[in-house]
Write a protein that binds this ligand. Structure first.
Ligand code: IPE
Ligand code: IPE
Ligand code: MG
Length: 239
């Protein structure tokens, strides 16, 4: 199987451990270097012809981190979104964001809206930042929105099918990820795209996120291509 995944999702993990390993006194340096790794992953994915790249940048649970780390992450976010506009346009990449964006600081929301607007016409690849994102929260708001449509008579309960649920998620206009990559060696999904990754291939890499390069992306895609995606069928049926 040599087909490329259409949609890759990445859990960018290991910034704090990288900073510690390098001897930095705070975890912040790891987050700063993580931005460079994200640039490498983004341009690398676009060069390879990936259509959708979705990255987990800040989870709903990450709000429980120490306040100084949260503030630093938000500052890095605002600065980077602004700075990466040129790279996005040069590579014909559209920026998108999913999550409870209203929980982000105002300057961060403004910067996001501005760059999403400025890249809206780009159509080579969609880069989606999952920010203040939690899958259970996403599913909860989807259920609420469907229940409201039922209550107002717009929707019949028996019309709630898988497509209706998928359509009520933040990812309504995207195909499901084919491949999920998590760096840092941790092997868990940490509340990321639970509905959407039900049949994704999972690849866990023993590299800390700031050290991630296009080579690691290629390595993960090669692992994906070596897998047999049976989707419930038998191996013989696929032949
Ligand atoms: C991932 O790196 C970045 C975010 C979750 C924002 P971590 O900050 O989780 O780094 P580790 O896992 O503690 O090394
Ligand atoms: C997951 O990483 C969230 C992001 C990468 C943004 P965490 O480091 O927060 O995950 P846990 O807490 O180790 O599961
Ligand atoms: Mg972590």
């Amino acid at each position: 199987m040599n087909t490329l995944p259409e949609h890759i999702a990445i859990i960018m993990d290991g910034n704090g451990r990288w900073a510690k390993q390098q001897g930095f006194l705070t975890r912040i340096k790891g987050h700063e270097r993580g931005v460079l790794a994200l640039r490498a992953a983004t341009t690398g994915a676009a060069e390879l012809g990936i259509k959708y790249l979705t990255v987990y940048a800040f989870s709903s649970e990450n709000w429980n981190r120490p306040k100084p780390e949260i503030n630093a992450l938000m500052r890095i976010l605002v600065k980077s979104i602004k700075k990466e506009l040129k790279t996005l346009n040069n590579n014909n990449i559209r920026l998108n964001a999913i999550g409870d964006l209203s929980a982000l600081p105002k300057d961060c929301q403004d910067e996001l809206q501005e760059v999403m607007h400025a890249t809206a016409g780009n159509d080579h690849m969609v880069l989606t930042l999952a920010l203040s994102y939690g899958s259970r929260q996403e599913i909860t708001q989807a259920v609420q929105s469907l229940a409201q449509q039922v209550a107002s008579g717009q929707l019949k309960p028996e019309d709630i099918d898988q497509a209706a649920i998928a359509g009520a998620l933040y990812t309504a206009d995207m195909p499901d990820p084919d491949l999920v990559i998590r760096t840092s060696g941790e092997q868990r999904v940490s509340n990321f795209l639970l509905w959407q990754i039900s049949y994704a291939e999972l690849v866990f890499l023993n590299v800390l996120w700031p050290d991630f390069s296009k080579e690691h992306l290629i390595q993960a895609i090669a692992q994906f291509q070596g897998r047999e995606r049976r989707l419930g069928k038998t191996s013989e049926q696929l032949k």
